[in-house]
Write a protein that binds this ligand. Sequence first.
Ligand SMILES: [Zn+2]
Length: 109
Amino acid sequence: MILNVPGSDPSTPVSPVCSAKGCRADAVWVLAWNNPKLHTPERRKTWLACEEHRDHLSKFLGVRGFLKDVVLLTEWESSKTPDSAEPSDSPESPGPSDSAGSPERPPAP
Ligand SMILES: [Zn+2]
């Protein structure tokens, strides 16, 4: 009997997943971005991306001039300081809870 088929488990509460629409792959990259019309220069919003969608999502932000940085999730987690964390910045769902500060979600390729 198969105990755990990858992708078949509906509850994956711990590992962060890709922010691309419809994608449920584990996030590997953090895309840090800033909308200068809405945010102070120091402010960083983040999207998560899997290996496959890193390019897609970074281009989406890049063409709008929002993209600031692309770093590995492991590096991001180890470098960020708890002091700078904002409650409104949910790493799990960029956009819906703060629609004014987020560009539209890119369509799935
Ligand atoms: Zn993805």
